[in-house]
Design a binder for this molecule. Structure first.
Ligand SMILES: C[S@@+](CC[C@H](N)C(=O)[O-])C[C@H]1O[C@@H](n2cnc3c(N)ncnc32)[C@H](O)[C@@H]1O
Length: 240
């Protein structure tokens, strides 16, 4: 609920602050060469994926649980927007009524409560996937400096779960984003939606963190999976 509220509240600012997410989704889209006409975008936000697609679509289904994001997504005759939660089984029952040529999800699935279950539900929709998932190496030094445990799943866990359900090459994207000052870095982070729901530090601890953060940049790590059409999935991915 907290994450949902944070994404909704930050929806307006999101476009100016999602530098890394934009790069990530470009990396996803550039690998899709079969021009799929029926697309599902899970965690569609305000339409980054839709806007990056440069081929003709018959039908685009965007799903996101943040009303503020859905409100800002492009609308159109061939666009269906569903305000639904990918943690809920019932959302996938709705999605199973549609036909998809490809399922895309960029920079969203790291927020899955149970990534194993959500990936299983995605796999059962039956279309090839292009997914990007942030790992715990995102903001690694920041969390270490603050003495906080990592917020996200480790690279190894994300990769193992993706390999459980999909047959595809897995790539690792690593980025750094530099800032003129640590204070500006924190301002950016608050709006970027990657630290969603985590305001755990008090004023004093925050001040100490800002003073002792040893880098002039933030670190990001993303696992990317692009499944080719017709790839043969591991057997257990089709089991219920
Ligand atoms: C970092 S944004 C990425 C948006 C878009 N995919 C992009 O790359 O520009 C993550 C999106 O995932 C959505 N999201 C997070 N958890 C979700 C959930 N459980 N169900 C549906 N959407 C979710 C958020 O509301 C947000 O719009």
């Amino acid at each position: 609920m907290k994450i949902q509220r944070e994404f909704s509240q930050n929806a307006k600012a999101y476009n100016q602050v999602n530098v890394i997410q934009k790069r990530v989704l470009e990396e996803l889209i550039v690998r899709i060469d079969e021009k799929p006409a029926h697309i599902l975008d899970i965690g569609c936000g305000r339409g980054g994926v839709y806007q990056a697609i440069d081929w003709e679509l018959s039908h685009f289904v965007g799903m996101d649980f943040a009303q503020g994001m859905i409100a800002l997504h492009p609308k159109g005759k061939n666009i269906t927007l569903l305000m639904k939660d990918f943690n809920e089984e019932s959302s996938f029952e709705t999605l199973s009524n549609y036909r998809f040529d490809r399922i895309i999800s960029s920079s969203a699935l790291q927020w899955a409560k149970d990534l194993d279950a959500t990936l299983g539900n995605i796999a059962r929709l039956g279309a090839p996937v292009s997914l990007s998932v942030f790992t715990s190496n995102t903001f690694k030094t920041l969390y270490e400096t603050a003495g906080l445990p990592p917020l996200l799943r480790s690279r190894e866990e994300v990769i193992a779960l993706l390999q459980k359900y999909f047959d595809a090459d897995i790539e690792l994207l690593q980025y750094t984003l530099a800032f003129p000052s640590v204070r500006e870095m924190f301002r950016y982070m608050k709006k970027s939606g990657v630290g969603a729901g985590r305001n755990v530090l008090g004023y004093k601890e925050m001040k100490r963190l800002i003073e002792s953060y040893p880098l002039d940049h933030l670190e990001y790590e993303i696992v990317l999976i692009h499944e080719r059409t017709g790839s043969k999935r591991p057997e257990k991915s089709t089991m219920l």
